[in-house]
Design a binder for this molecule. Structure first.
Ligand SMILES: [Zn+2]
Length: 261
């Protein structure tokens, strides 16, 4: 068996693994998205909680300051009642009015802050509703993911064991090439040679559809080297029926310039 055929057996199992796991991977992606959205809501909420706390501290500072002014004004009123001269009385009154004005602006600020706090509390409540809804969706998504994983567990282990056996038979350098291609190209790393025109011996790469020189195709049949499509880099393989149509041409020409491993 050629290295290409050995690789092809691994590729076929990888295709089965990909198909088997596609629903699981979709369920995992959905779950991850729900988790991400939930975290986003929670971090927004933490931010709002922080702002709310800050405002509440401000309100209570203002209230404390207002209470101090109230006490001062109360004392001034007593002093005014016992004022001995008109001048003394007027001085207390002026001071009292200043305190009143200060208190009034403090009160306005405190009210503004309380309005802001109410708006924030409403936002927090809205987020809490969103969080609860998202959490429900996330729980359903997690159950779905677990169900998909359970569903394919046995077949998955079977295929993985089969793959391990097949991989062990592939030469290390060819396996490395295959895995490097999986990393860069994704799952479609092997492509069949496809016959375009039998009479003219025209063949192309089943992945990128670029025409393949007959020498490449002939060499793929004859030699044991791994052959890649010069255009897309896929590892080429050839089905028996296709190979049968190539033979006469292969005898005619000499194989050369074959992109090999
Ligand atoms: Zn190609």
């Amino acid at each position: 068996m050629s290295v290409t055929e050995k690789l092809l057996r691994v590729f076929r199992v990888d295709q089965q693994l990909g198909g088997l796991q596609s629903r699981l991977h979709a369920a995992e992606r959905f779950l991850n998205e729900q988790t991400r959205q939930l975290q986003e809501i929670e971090s927004k909420r933490a931010q709002l909680d922080g702002q709310l706390k800050q405002i509440q501290v401000g309100v209570s500072d203002h209230e404390g300051e207002m209470a101090r002014l109230d006490a001062k004004m109360e004392k001034l009123r007593e002093q005014m009642n016992s004022a001995k001269t008109n001048k003394e009385y007027k001085a207390f009154l002026t001071e009292l009015n200043t305190f009143k004005a200060d208190r009034s602006s403090l009160e306005t600020e405190a009210l503004e802050q309380m309005t802001k706090a109410d708006a924030l509390k409403k936002q927090v409540a809205d987020l809490e509703v969103q969080r609860a809804e998202r959490d429900k969706v996330r729980q359903v998504a997690a159950a779905e993911r677990d169900a998909r994983a359970e569903e394919i567990k046995d077949r998955l282990n079977q295929l993985k064991a089969e793959r391990d056996k097949l991989v062990a038979e592939v030469p290390a350098d060819a396996m490395k090439l295959y895995l490097d291609l999986v990393r860069t190209k994704g799952d479609e790393v092997m492509a069949p040679v496809e016959e375009l025109d039998r009479r003219h011996h025209e063949y192309h790469c089943g992945s990128c559809q670029m025409t393949l020189p007959i020498e490449t195709v002939a060499a793929l049949i004859k030699s044991q080297v791994v052959t890649r499509c010069v255009s897309c880099g896929c590892i080429l393989y050839i089905e028996k029926e296709t190979a049968a149509t190539v033979q006469p041409a292969a005898k005619r020409g000499k194989a050369k310039d074959v992109p090999a491993l």
